[in-house]
Design a protein around this ligand. Structure first.
Ligand code: PAF
Length: 309
């Protein structure tokens, strides 16, 4: 299976490096051709969970040179989804599959607008990955990746199993789940809690449970998201506190993706996470004051950057 990983951020780089080291046929797609050429030449510096750091020569290509791929794994940040979707027609082989491993809500809809729903897979990854600088990736936490058909997809069980097998052969635990929409919300519960608070407080994930006032806010955000999911008819059958503790422990050393964005001065995914929960809550009559406030605070943090002392 020829795989293109679209988005050379932390998660995309980690997935591409692991697939490449396992001998899978993978290319990492970078929208900046000069950076793609440099990363291909120099390799990615990979810091695994165990063992020595090493350079891995993953091929990095601009989209125009990366296809055709049987599977495109989309890992770009939510604000870049529409731009990434426009690359799909040139990247995908006929009948190829698209798998999004992105955080947040609204990504499936944006990809489907360009590529249709038939070959669309949704995925949820609890892997901890950090990109301290361009060309370097740290595997910062173990975690399962779940994949399943997006609503409206026409994908056979064999095709789903084949995609999961690619991940597993690369040492990335992966399971097929037919209730992937509920899984997306399960991950969202974690992201609306961990991401804005670690970004505001500038702490690694493992510190959050040690800060009682912040932990209470995190739990409140997760519980609101669970109530919104339930009002939409999706039962997210997890205990938010237990789930958050589990993820914070498994990714203790990890800087959340939102903290990494804030530190790098990039746009954050707050709109696709807490912003979406607050917006859907408002439509469904479910109160979401904590998610609305966290959205505002992260937006303010981004705007405040040039003035910070
Ligand atoms: O967005 C993130 O950083 C990740 O989804 C997670 C699981 C919170 C780990 O840092």
């Amino acid at each position: 299976m020829r795989i293109a990983v679209l988005g050379p951020g932390a998660l995309g780089s980690l997935v591409a490096v692991q697939l490449h080291e396992a001998g899978r046929e993978v290319v990492l797609v970078d929208h900046r051709p000069e950076r793609a050429a440099r990363l291909t030449r120099e390799g990615l510096l990979f810091r695994p969970l165990e063992g020595e750091a090493r350079r891995v020569q993953v091929p990095v290509r601009p989209a125009s040179e990366a296809g055709p791929a049987d599977l495109v794994v989309v890992t770009v940040k939510a604000p870049a989804t529409a731009a990434a979707a426009r690359l799909l027609p040139g990247l995908l082989a006929p009948g190829g599959l698209i798998l999004t491993l992105q955080n947040g809500l609204g990504n499936l809809e944006r990809l489907a607008e360009v590529a249709g729903r038939e070959r669309l897979l949704a995925g949820v990854s609890f892997l901890g990955a950090t990109r301290p600088r361009e060309g370097e990736v740290i595997h910062a936490g173990r975690g399962f990746t779940y994949i399943g058909p997006a609503p409206g997809a026409r994908v056979s069980p064999e095709e789903l199993r084949a995609v999961a097998a690619e991940f597993r052969q690369a040492g990335l635990p992966c399971e097929v789940r037919l209730d992937i929409e509920a899984m997306l919300w399960e991950k969202l519960l974690v992201n609306v809690a961990v991401n804005p608070l670690t970004a505001l407080l500038r702490v690694p994930n493992g510190v959050l449970p040690e800060l009682p006032p912040a932990w209470e806010v995190a739990l409140a955000a997760a519980r609101e998201a669970q109530a919104v999911a339930s009002a939409q008819g999706l039962e997210v059958a997890v205990d938010p506190e237990a789930r958050l503790r589990e993820v914070c422990a498994a990714t203790a050393a990890n800087l959340s993706s939102m903290l990494q964005d804030v530190l790098a001065g990039r746009e954050t995914e707050i709109a696709a996470l807490n912003g979406e929960v607050a917006a859907r809550g408002a439509r469904l009559g479910v109160p979401t004051p904590v998610n609305a406030l966290l959205t505002r605070l992260i937006q303010a943090l981004t705007l405040a950057r040039p003035y910070q002392v």
